[in-house]
Design a protein. Structure first.
Length: 251
């Protein structure tokens, strides 16, 4: 895993970091907290934790805004954003052309890649090409779902089982109602670290790298510029590196 920052226009570097003018000092954020280590609920305090949660709170500090984060369903994230219920969505959302047709994205803040999670005793599956006749479990409407759906449409997968939560998809493989999970590698690694007794393993990267972005309503261009400026400042002042090391143990 590694972070990735793309080249952006020099004008972004000159953006101010004063409070946004929305008639409110609160930045309303939506997430789906079932995507460890990016967003998850603390078992002890019910607090929303994770890399994304720390990052957006740091963005709020740069912008001098309070950050209010709501944990809602994955399927409801973009509709709630389009309905102006929230200012932005941060939830390990991969930037795709289909999503860009509906919302704007910040500059990428994380580089990820898909993997396959399979049973520990399975030595046959090492890539997407090995999934013929298999049942894939996925979190609904994620890039794992999109890739698995394409494979199913092409006849390379027997079927796709869709779940609201990552843990449910993993459990489907554990109990034998699915053969594999197609999912982001950092999320798979975090699940296995948190559940060491789970009889599962990953096969490593199986696709091209993908990039996460913060989703923002297309009508809110000012917010997009401010979020990009804040992300660049967090990169430049070392805050991003500290957060990355905290959650992924590497620079």
């Amino acid at each position: 895993m590694k972070k990735a920052w793309v080249l952006v226009l020099t004008v972004l570097l000159s953006l101010g970091t004063s409070s946004l003018v929305f008639g409110s000092e609160v930045l309303k954020v939506a997430t789906e907290a079932g995507f460890m280590p990016f967003e998850f609920v603390s078992e002890n305090t019910d607090e929303l934790l994770g890399f994304d949660m720390d990052l957006i709170r740091a963005v709020g500090e740069v912008l001098d805004m309070d950050v209010q984060i709501d944990n809602i369903s994955w399927d409801g994230l973009i509709p709630a954003l389009l309905n102006n219920n929230y200012d932005l969505v941060i939830a390990g959302v991969t930037i795709t052309p289909e999503r860009q047709a509906n919302v704007n994205f910040s500059i990428p803040y994380f580089e990820s890649v898909l993997t396959i999670v399979k049973k520990q005793e399975d030595d046959a599956i090492t890539s997407l090409d090995d999934l013929e006749g298999q049942i894939a479990a996925v979190q609904i409407n994620t890039t794992g779902d999109f890739v698995a759906s394409d494979l199913a449409d092409a006849g390379q997968l027997k079927s796709v089982s869709r779940f609201d939560m990552v843990a449910d998809a993993m459990q489907a493989v554990i109990i034998g109602v699915a053969d594999v999970v197609v999912i982001d590698l950092p999320v798979a690694e975090a699940y296995l670290e948190a559940n060491p007794a789970a009889p599962l393993q990953t096969v490593g990267a199986v696709a091209d790298n993908e990039y996460y972005g913060i989703a923002i309503n297309k009508k809110n261009v000012e917010l997009l510029e401010k979020i990009n400026g804040a992300l660049l400042q967090l990169q430049e002042d070392g805050t991003y590196d500290l957060l990355f090391q905290k959650w992924f143990g590497a620079n």
